[in-house]
Design a protein around this ligand. Structure first.
Ligand SMILES: CC(C)(COP(=O)(O)OP(=O)(O)OC[C@H]1O[C@@H](n2cnc3c(N)ncnc32)[C@H](O)[C@@H]1OP(=O)(O)O)[C@@H](O)C(=O)NCCC(=O)NCCS
Length: 323
């Protein structure tokens, strides 16, 4: 039994924040942001929450799959910016889309690798025969956790959501492999210390705080881990880089993506890029890019698609799919 992606969907809030507008907020320039990152603009959720945008992406994936919400028997969402500490984003989506009561619904926390972590979990439920139709979501609203006075970070991120419906099917197509990894020793590279420990029994009360990042360090680790993750996916499937029809990488920085593609020897037309329009949408990034690629007709039956991501944790992950 393999998990086939039978529908994709995405949603990005309509409010566009261009680099030029950021020039008025912090000491930066369109030139700097474009040359160092490749980002030109990003979307910002002003009146929408994580649950709202996750629900919109989920509904569009279910519609594209041509199934009913009642067919879904598992919901897994990757996010580190849930609307509430609990219930999970997946539980809210379950109620919002009218999925059956009683099905499992939960979130996984792996920052920008969140969607691939969620996909890994759902794939295992399908392979083991427990789930027949799973809804997998990647969603984040980083505009809520960014310090809008910090030019080192606020220019990089945006808000967005994407989703896929997986269906258990026999045959050669579907998810061929998933690999997920973490190294908590590197947690200080990228984190958001929004502590929840604020009881009177704590001598250090929790404070409102923002995302912190060691940009240069994470850049180097990202290039190394993305390259290694791609190679691991190829090796475990007995494939070569030339077998890849399309690489859909986590959209963090154009220079990280180019270095990853270069290591693989992949030409740029085989790499899907949309970070110029969305920035880094964390767990939303890969499913948002996948949905765009599908809608543009860039993916056809039997194509080999490779997804690769890295993020806070540190975490990194890959998924190889035969469409
Ligand atoms: C953040 C990043 C774009 C910085 O690019 P860089 O080429 O490494 O730039 P540096 O950190 O060396 O900074 C160079 C200078 O630009 C300045 N700078 C930083 N942000 C700036 C901005 N938005 N506008 C203008 N100048 C900026 C720095 O202060 C520094 O100035 P200094 O030399 O006077 O100290 C890059 O390191 C990166 O993308 N890292 C990975 C981040 C990431 O992907 N995080 C998410 C992981 S999922």
């Amino acid at each position: 039994m393999r998990a086939n992606i039978i529908g994709t969907g995405s949603y990005a809030p309509p409010r566009v924040l261009k680099n030029q507008e950021l020039e008025r907020i912090v000491d930066t320039s369109d030139d700097w942001i474009t040359s160092r990152t490749g980002i030109k603009e990003r979307r910002i959720a002003d009146n929408e929450t994580t649950n709202d945008i996750a629900t919109k992406a989920a509904k569009s994936a279910i519609k594209a799959a041509g199934v009913s919400p009642k067919d879904i028997d598992l919901i897994v969402a990757g996010t580190v910016t849930p609307e509430m500490l609990f219930p999970s984003t997946a539980c809210f989506v379950q109620a919002n889309i009218g999925a059956n009561r009683g099905i499992p619904a939960f979130d996984v926390s792996a920052a920008c690798s969140g969607f691939l972590y969620a996909l890994d979990v759902a794939d295992k439920y399908i392979r083991s025969g427990i789930s027949k139709k799973a809804l997998v979501i990647g969603v984040d609203i980083f505009s809520n956790i960014i310090d809008w006075k910090d030019r080192n970070t606020c220019v990089l991120f945006g808000d967005g959501a994407g989703a896929v419906v997986l269906s258990a099917e026999k045959g050669k197509s579907g998810i061929l492999s998933t690999h997920i990894h973490a190294d908590g020793h590197y947690w200080k590279m990228l984190y958001t210390p929004l502590g929840v420990a604020s009881s009177p029994f704590h001598n250090k009360p929790a404070e409102k705080s923002y995302l912190k990042m060691q940009g240069n360090e994470i850049f180097k680790i990202a290039v190394r881990t993305m390259g290694a993750a791609c190679q691991e996916a190829l090796d475990s499937n007995g494939l070569k880089a030339e077998d890849i029809s399309l690489l859909i990488p986590h959209q963090a920085n154009m220079r990280i993506i180019s270095a990853t593609a270069e290591r693989l020897g992949l030409p740029e037309e085989k790499v899907y890029i949309n970070l110029d329009r969305y920035g880094n949408t964390s767990a939303g990034s890969i499913p948002l890019a996948l949905d765009e690629a599908v809608k543009k007709g860039l993916i056809k039956r039997n194509d080999i698609i490779l997804f690769v991501a890295f993020g806070g944790g540190l975490t990194w992950a890959s998924a190889m799919v035969r469409w």
